[in-house]
Write a protein that binds this ligand. Structure first.
Ligand code: HEM
Ligand SMILES: *[C@@H]1O[C@H](CO)[C@@H](O)[C@H](O)[C@H]1NC(C)=O
Ligand SMILES: *[C@@H]1O[C@H](CO)[C@@H](O)[C@H](O)[C@H]1NC(C)=O
Ligand SMILES: *[C@@H]1O[C@H](CO)[C@@H](O)[C@H](O)[C@H]1NC(C)=O
Length: 322
């Protein structure tokens, strides 16, 4: 028996080596079944509290996971604080000035997990579970999260600046940034549906509402009312990425794109006469298909370049390496 499973393990290792793929096949939803049986309940309950206190938190945690996975894989590198001797990713263009948020919630989840099962559940797995629960708590789909990620002992500010898409991105820019992560253009469109929840800052949507022509003029006027034209004025003013329901995970984001009511330049690029128009239209009329594709793409994004087995570590505190 044992030799047979070792044989299977070796064969799988060889195949994955050969294909140059990740070790995602090692991941399993019941990874903590014996080491931390209540992990799912603990994450869910803490997220439930956080989201009922501030619904936006579901969105903020989802974005944290995205910004983690796109920089050297889903290894919780995004959570590491800067110190005098360590530079993390929090000052990257897309992250800086508290644009990414929710670290206190991740700390609370980690604290509750450490009490139940010390140094067992990785911060990277916490991000994957918490973002799934945030989506569900705001009315979106749920799914089983493959688990077994381990935490990085490094971070990369330069890769964060290179890999995280800016809101000025064209469709071609987005396509190549996602392709770099092995995500195709349709998966990119499905994942962009994450913008059905959460908020963005004036500094990020100002060029779109003042300078672009692929925008509904009355929508532009509405957004201009709380986002002055001059740079440096109201830069941090917030507006919902999904005009109607920024705390409900639904398909309104795509309905808005069809009406040229995308908030970011990059959002409207998905429906601007290009190859993604038909998929955006489909998602705008069929929420079930959007949910199905979003879930599949989230699982795939969650498997980018993982540390498994004995690589990396299980952090005691998500903000610092052990
Ligand atoms: C396609 C390329 C993407 C671009 C260019 C982009 C850009 C942005 C920008 C500029 C913001 C506003 C940040 C701020 O003003 O502080 C934002 C917010 C957000 N993004 Fe993205 N994003 C992209 C893809 C994604 C993906 C794939 C997800 C998740 C699956 C995601 C989830 C979110 C969420 C939930 C928020 C709101 C966060 C909050 O309210 O705290 N984004 N994004
Ligand atoms: C953060 O905000 C300050 C003050 O508005 C600004 O000068 C700085 O450029 C911002 N940093 C980044 C990386 O966006
Ligand atoms: C976006 O595309 C333009 C034109 O090809 C290119 O100059 C620019 O560097 C790209 N930006 C990113 C972030 O890929
Ligand atoms: C609009 O475009 C002009 C010309 O490129 C530029 O000078 C200006 O800063 C832009 N305005 C905004 C709000 O982005």
């Amino acid at each position: 028996m044992a030799s047979k499973s070792i044989f299977v393990l070796v064969i799988f290792s060889l195949i994955s080596l050969f294909l140059g793929t990740s070790n995602a096949w090692l991941m399993q939803p019941d990874f903590y079944a014996s080491s931390c049986p209540n992990v799912e309940q603990i994450v869910y309950n803490t997220m439930k509290q956080a989201v009922s206190k501030e619904p936006r938190m579901g969105a903020s945690i989802l974005r944290l996971f995205f910004h983690d996975c796109f920089v050297n894989g889903c290894d919780a590198s995004v959570l590491l604080d800067d110190t005098p001797t360590f530079t993390g990713e929090k000052t990257a263009k897309a992250n800086a000035n508290n644009s990414i948020r929710g670290f206190e919630v991740i700390d609370a989840i980690k604290c509750n997990l450490e009490a139940a099962c010390p140094q067992t559940v990785s911060c990277a797995d916490i991000l994957a579970l918490a973002s799934r629960d945030g989506v569900r708590l705001l009315g979106g789909p749920t799914w089983k999260v493959p688990l077994g990620r381990r935490d990085a002992r490094t971070a990369s500010l330069s890769l964060a600046n290179k890999n995280l898409p800016p809101p000025s991105s064209s469709l071609a820019n987005l396509t190549s940034l996602f392709a770099r992560q092995n995500l195709n253009i349709n998966e990119m469109t499905a994942l962009s549906g994450g913008h059905t929840i959460g908020l963005a800052r004036c500094i990020n949507f100002r060029p779109h509402i003042y300078n672009d022509t692929d925008i509904d003029p009355s929508f532009a006027a509405t957004r201009q009312a709380n986002c002055p034209k001059q740079a440096g004025n109201g830069d941090f003013n917030l507006a919902p990425l999904d005009l109607q329901t920024p705390t409900k995970f639904d398909n309104d984001y795509f309905q808005n794109l069809v009406k040229k009511r995308g908030l970011l330049h990059s959002d409207q690029e998905l429906y601007n006469g290009g190859s993604q128009d038909s998929l955006v239209k489909k998602y705008s009329t069929n929420q079930a298909v959007f949910f199905q594709d979003f879930v599949a793409a989230m699982i795939k994004m969650g498997n980018i370049k993982l540390l498994t087995g004995t690589k990396g570590e299980i952090r005691k505190n998500c903000r610092v390496i052990n």
